[in-house]
Design a protein around this ligand. Structure first.
Ligand code: AMP
Ligand code: MG
Length: 326
């Protein structure tokens, strides 16, 4: 059995973890929280550079004390913010060279899917992956994770965060909006944008911000924002199920922590007689265990990354990855 160290740092969350085939042995995370406004890529990268040595030292100390010999180091090669990705990749290369162990570059979106499959009973799901920067409906077909639908502009998490900022809430705003929505008494009509299998969130965000400026009730607005955004996501997910004939839906990404989104997907899946899976919260948002786990799957398949090929890929798409481990 292999022990794989994984490092995540595509955006605001930096983490390091060691996994084996069955469990997460250790994981340390340290999130960059902007004091005002959203995530500034350079500040986030500076944060990562400031804490990465400490995090990796903690994880490796744990490994040493427990006689775990690290067999490979995996890192998020993309997609993500360039300066953040480069900080993480540099650390991973140094560890690979220093300990003379294989380097494994992994796709962050595919890692979200694979960790969900690992931590739930799902085996071949339609995955709704909804995070800050990404929103995609994915399915494994003919050797690749195909993107069946995706956002045409911003990720749904960013839409929550932007709207939250516009009403004076701190980053990340998603959890606060969910709280406020629970006190709603009415629904306010907002733009619902599904085009084919894709969706878009900027129109919704702008309209919600304007409704707030005009004095709309805040709880009603948060509720309506959630209902509208999630209805778009569930519609496309359901269509992906119908097109592919798959009988499982898996939820992933930080927005997946939202109970209302979970409920809506559950209702849709119940209606179709298919299974719905959502992993524990710690495996929804960006985490290092998912990078280590996909690294482990790739390592077993001999799918490792030469240093010369380890350049970061800020626009790395899941369907650029040839799945070698299935
Ligand atoms: P990730 O990029 O996967 O780490 O997820 C972070 C995103 O998830 C941020 O945009 C958060 O605002 C969003 N988020 C976290 N919890 C919730 C929630 N309960 N409802 C909606 N969005 C959430
Ligand atoms: Mg993510």
């Amino acid at each position: 059995m292999a022990f794989v160290l994984g490092i995540e740092g595509t955006a605001w969350n930096l983490g390091a973890a060691v996994v084996d085939d069955d469990c997460v042995l250790v994981e340390k995370m340290d999130a960059y929280l902007p004091t005002s406004g959203g995530i500034h890529p350079r500040d986030a990268a500076q944060h990562h550079a400031d804490v990465i040595i400490k995090l990796i030292r903690e994880v490796l100390t744990f490994a040493g004390e427990n006689d775990l010999k690290i067999d490979a180091v995996a890192f998020s090669q993309g997609p993500g913010l360039g300066p953040c990705l480069r900080t993480v990749a540099t650390a991973a290369r140094a560890i690979s060279l220093g300990f003379d162990i294989p380097l494994v570059g992994v796709n962050h979106c595919v890692a979200h899917v694979e960790v969900g499959i690992w931590r739930t009973e799902a085996s071949d799901p339609i995955t709704l992956y909804v995070s800050g920067a990404n929103s995609q409906v994915l399915a494994y077909q003919s050797g690749k994770y195909r993107i069946l639908g995706e956002t045409l502009d911003i990720g749904v998490g960013n839409a929550f965060d932007k709207f939250a900022r516009s009403i004076g809430l701190a980053h990340p705003g998603g959890p606060r909006i969910e709280e406020l929505a629970s006190g709603a008494e009415g629904y306010i009509e907002l733009p619902y944008t599904v085009k084919g299998m894709d969706f878009s969130f900027t129109g919704l965000t702008t309209a919600a911000t304007e409704a707030h400026e005009k004095g709309a009730n805040l709880s009603d607005l948060c509720h309506s924002f959630q209902e509208t955004a999630f209805a778009m996501l569930v519609e496309v997910t359901e269509r992906a199920v119908a097109h592919t004939g798959k009988d499982e839906v898996l939820l992933g990404g930080g927005v997946g922590a939202n109970r209302r989104l979970q409920k809506m997907l559950e209702i849709m899946c119940d209606g179709r007689g298919i299974d719905f899976y959502v992993p524990e919260n710690r495996f929804l948002g960006d985490n290092a265990a998912m990078i280590a786990h996909l690294g482990n799957l790739q390592l077993k398949a001999g799918d490792v990354t030469a240093i010369e090929e380890s350049a970061v890929k800020p626009g790395f798409r899941p369907d650029d990855v040839q799945v070698t481990w299935k």
